[in-house]
Write a protein that binds this ligand. Sequence first.
Ligand code: AMP
Ligand code: ZN
Length: 102
Amino acid sequence: MCIFCSIASHKIPSTLVYEDEKYIVLNDIHPKSRIHMLLIPKKHIESISHMSNEDQETIGWLFLIARNLGHEMQIPGYRLQFNVGKEGGQEVMHVHLHFLAD
Ligand code: AMP
Ligand code: ZN
């Protein structure tokens, strides 16, 4: 089981910023900005490159969670980033959206 699946299923304790039935959000352990959160579907999809057509909604909701966090935390602007594949800088092979703000 991968690290994010372990956190999502509470096998590894972690402080979650947000959780619902299908998603978790956590603060990045090595933040690259003042705010650096990871938005993670509980479904194990390796990367954007591995998503199937039926994963469209699962991935699409990540943007709505980002929008909600931006509103709730009153963050006026932020960056959203997927690293895709080793060559794209992806280290954890479970899809996640980086939410970064200064
Ligand atoms: P990526 O390079 O896109 O795969 O991003 C993986 C991110 O996960 C990196 O920014 C790591 O700092 C972060 N990370 C790895 N393990 C953990 C963890 N247990 N809790 C929080 N963040 C983590
Ligand atoms: Zn996983």
